[in-house]
Design a protein around this ligand. Sequence first.
Ligand code: ATP
Ligand code: MG
Length: 408
Amino acid sequence: MDIPAPIRNILLRLHRAGYAAYAVGGCIRDALLGLEPHDWDVCTAAAPGEVEAVFSDCRCLETGLRHGTVTVLWEGRGVEITTFRTDGAYRDGRHPESVRFTASLEEDLARRDFTCNAMAWDGVGGIVDPFGGRDDLRRGLLRCVGEPERRFREDALRLLRALRFAARYGFTVEPATGAALHREAALLGRVSAERCFSELKGILCAPHAGDVLREYGDVLWPILPELSPEGGTSAEEWEVTCRTLDAAPAEEVLRLALLLRGRQAGEILRRLRCDRATLRAAEELAALCLLPPPDTPAAQRRELSQLGEEQSLRLARLRLALAEGHGQGAGAARKALELQAAALREGGCLTLRELAVDGSDLLALGVRPGAELGALLRGLLDAVLDGDAPNEREALLALARDRLGNGA
Ligand code: ATP
Ligand code: MG
């Protein structure tokens, strides 16, 4: 296992100034798993002011100062350096009343959520691992540090973090931790919708989401009652969701649509404070994925035209994943994917912008601007999409004249 040079240099500088300092948390977990950590967090015995003094030649951001975190801009990146701390009593099931700085690394590790997240390394000696995180990693176990009930009651967000880590790494949840997840699920009601939603997306897009939700789907019920049996989700339907999740492309919009298909997806996502773009796209897919796939080139071109390429691609993949999850309809879904690929390969006209005539052409024919003009243009596009007219100026003008004549 190795620490990147910039982090090693930060640790060295703190050590030379006389302070204990370690890389800690998720980076040690990921490095032990042979994965590339996406950020390296540092913890130290130095108080925040002392950290700033040690790095007085660097820019320091005091973003998390209240919790002991100083961000040091170091060799082109921001590194979070956090003073060893213990968390005081928890006020609201989310935030500690107070934090207390400590000189003890073990105390700092004890406040962390899971054993695999509670290891530290100073880059020189052995890994500090008072809770058996390394053994748990080796066995693929996710286990709370300390008593699971108490840890979840302190901070209910940990319920969702547990599912996210289990789903990301394919870990088994250790039995006592798992029992507490089921028992304490109602605590999630206290967590803000934003935090829940961001963890939910993390869970859904992880490689083992289906396996984890098959066992711990009930943990989501306090924030997504629609997925519970009382909310109208049958066991069979839920099994299809779980079976399909891991096979579907790991894209937020797509997996949200899969989870919420056939529900009031827009309303649910609004409640979860989802951003507008994701909400719109997921809502559309959640409704359309239940309809049969287009089975002719014309129907597929119409779909591409209506949804745009990105959404249409998502829809086709989602339909295939669902058909495979259901164990029926995969043939039709695959055929739709082929039709779609063919339509995109042909590169024919799919939008008003690509149509060989435009609004000014129709105005010249005497069409009134506004709704009439719009409807006629869309009618011409439909004729092209359906293969009833070529996308050629003269042919479309003739068709327009014809339709105007008929309408008069
Ligand atoms: P990721 O790879 O998702 O960033 P991470 O383990 O780095 O995973 P962070 O949220 O970045 O997770 O937190 C860094 C570390 O802080 C964790 O590894 C854990 O030790 C500790 N931690 C974070 N959130 C909590 C929490 N809610 N309760 C207890 N410890 C936490
Ligand atoms: Mg992290």
